[in-house]
Ligand binder design. Structure first.
Ligand SMILES: [Zn+2]
Length: 415
């Protein structure tokens, strides 16, 4: 049993505690305390049982918080780092990505392993990883991370949507089960998935979270309204256009609602172009919106309306997106950019988005995302200046991996 003392403890579900402490045992959090006296701490276990010895570790000027949640990334694209320049048009950017992917036949595993390590060093505990190949599955399963693997399918002209989904599910079932990993078949986006395929994915999902790119670009909004624009042109050039596809004539959230996918398990990624009515509809369904603002800037999707996101009442989580459209996988960098584009949102809300909101959306809210008794002690300590007054604001100011260490818990919470 270890008692960590720190200048700050951030439970996330409660205000920061100055001069706080966290008691951990066998990989689990036993308690959080405002006082630093171990004498006041009740030891767990039945009377008569031998009580574990207590080790007290004074961490000094650090803030202890839960490991962060990167709710949206594509680790298999890590080899694309710095290979696709920023664009002011998302379909043009996507065309560059597709061309690069078609020209490449190398092994992506070494860049994936480096990216996992990079995320871990930057304090990431959980990821929502979107994949078309499942190539990262084993590397993730062997890493200290936990999370969701979203096996993404596409097809605007898929002939047999149900079979496509069943085949993808079967592939997932053949993989080694891993306790801290959940896998699900998910749709890519409204401009690349037919209505029938959306329905098939929705009905096969069961109680699993379903992630989808939604409301990302202006061109997507146009495509759904009228079936025209740069996405339509690109789909034609790629030879995947479906002449029978009909524009729904509505926004992307309403479209998913009609197709039966709008519910509390929906993880809508980006939402950069969503008007207030669509955000309210997401909020009403209990869905989660994942914002990836640095990626939106890179791909030409635009600047996400962060103030409107939070004002709508929707649960907001945060992702970096892939290294094809962001400079690093450091969520603290994402937080600093959020602070720049939304100076009036309280830092506490950003921190909740980067922890408990993402953990809950990915299906790990009972185990991760806050410092509460019973949860896994997946905790980081971030170096803080002496005499710091506003620790939450400091944590969204742009921290680097050198400022971050993982706390050892002596035990892996196998129970
Ligand atoms: Zn994505």
């Amino acid at each position: 049993m270890i008692l960590y003392r720190a200048a700050w403890v951030l439970p996330i579900v409660a205000p920061p505690i100055r001069d706080g402490s966290v008691l951990v045992h066998d990989g689990r959090i036993v308690g959080v305390f405002a006082e630093q006296s171990p004498a006041r701490i009740q030891q767990p276990g039945d009377a008569g049982q031998q009580e574990p010895s207590l080790e007290v570790i004074d961490l000094g000027d650090v803030a202890v918080l839960p490991g962060l949640v990167n709710a949206h990334t594509h680790l298999e694209l890590s080899w694309m780092r710095d290979k696709i320049p920023p664009s002011d048009s998302m379909p043009a950017w996507a065309a560059s990505l597709i061309a690069l992917r078609r020209a490449h036949d190398g092994d992506p595993r070494a860049p994936i392993a480096e990216a996992i390590e990079e995320g871990r060093r930057a304090g990431t505990a959980i990821v929502g990883d979107v994949t078309n190949t499942l190539v990262a599955d084993q590397l993730l399963g062997e890493s200290p991370l936990a999370g969701a693997i979203f096996y993404e399918v596409l097809g605007l002209n898929a002939a047999a949507p149900d079979q496509l989904v069943t085949a993808a599910q079967t592939e997932l079932e053949r993989l080694t089960p891993r306790r801290l990993w959940r896998r699900a078949v998910v749709p890519h986006a409204p401009y690349s998935v037919s209505a029938e395929l959306f329905r098939a994915i929705g009905s096969a999902a069961g109680d699993r979270p379903v992630s989808v790119h939604l409301g990302e670009s202006r061109e997507e909004m146009e495509f759904l309204q009228s079936g025209t624009g740069a996405w339509r042109d690109l789909l034609g050039r790629l030879g995947v256009w479906n002449e029978r596809w009909q524009p729904p004539g509505c926004g992307p959230v309403e479209y998913l609602d009609r197709l039966g996918l709008l519910n509390e398990r929906l993880i809508a990624v980006h939402g950069t172009q969503l008007p207030d009515g669509e955000l309210t509809r997401l909020a009403g369904a209990g869905a989660t919106l994942v914002t990836c603002p640095r990626s939106n800037r890179w791909t030409g999707a635009g600047t996400p309306p962060i103030d409107r996101f939070y004002a709508s009442g929707v649960q907001v989580a945060i992702g970096t997106d892939s290294l094809a459209s962001v400079e690093d996988l450091n969520l603290f960098g994402e937080l600093a950019y959020l602070r720049r584009i939304a100076p009036h949102i309280p830092a506490a809300r950003f921190l909740a988005s980067a922890t408990i909101a993402g953990a809950t959306a990915l299906g790990f809210g009972q185990e991760f995302g806050s410092i509460e008794a019973g949860k896994r002690a997946n905790l980081i300590a971030v170096r803080t200046p002496a005499g710091l007054e506003d620790v939450e604001e400091y944590l969204v100011s742009g921290l680097q991996p050198d400022d971050i260490q993982w706390l050892e818990t002596r035990g892996n919470a196998e129970c």
